[in-house]
Design a protein around this ligand. Structure first.
Ligand SMILES: [Zn+2]
Length: 180
């Protein structure tokens, strides 16, 4: 796994997240693309990347996480590294997250949100999770550790949602995330 802060010491010539076409899961969510015709949550989505190198089709899994305040929050599973991410990018006929492409952050895209999601992943990845997205304590783990990781993950998740909350308001976002 690449370091979370790797974007800060990118050399010259590195691409930034703003210079590569990307797809944000929140936009797909709001466009209704993550729901089937009978309003079931989709487990995957299909993407096509077209560029000078040709055309490739990718099936991308969607991770639905239960939110600390109720409802579900979708994230892409990167087709290359399986990280949970909000943005995927198309480059060299591939589709992957900014970690895989070693894209650097800008102030506009991902920055604070991407770092918060990375922190959330580090905490949640140590827990057991069921099909509904609820977390459980692994057998060997102490309760104190479990409670600390849940709190860390949820705090990071709330921070990652903050820019959306600023834009849409808690009520609207909750309504959208719970729409089933
Ligand atoms: Zn990746």
């Amino acid at each position: 796994m690449g370091g979370d802060g790797s974007g800060s010491h990118m050399g010259p010539g590195k691409l930034s997240v703003d210079s590569v076409p990307g797809v944000c899961i929140i936009d797909s969510f709001r466009a209704g693309k993550l729901f089937s015709s009978d309003n079931e949550r989709m487990e995957w989505a299909q993407f096509t990347v077209r560029d000078d190198n040709g055309t490739e089709s990718f099936r991308v899994n969607v991770a639905w996480l239960s939110c600390p305040y109720g409802g579900y929050r979708p994230l892409w599973r990167c087709p290359q590294c399986n990280r949970r991410v909000e943005w995927l990018y198309g480059l060299h006929s591939r589709l992957a997250c900014r970690h895989c492409f070693r894209l650097c952050y800008t102030s506009q895209k991902e920055g604070r949100q991407g770092r918060a999601i990375a922190r959330m992943n580090r905490a949640f990845d140590r827990l057991d999770v069921d099909d509904e997205g609820y977390f459980y304590k692994p057998k060997w783990m102490r309760w104190a550790t479990f409670n600390k990781l849940v709190k860390q993950g949820q705090d990071a998740e709330m921070e990652s949602l903050a820019p959306l909350l600023d834009r849409f308001g808690v009520g609207e976002l909750l309504a959208e995330l719970e729409a089933e």
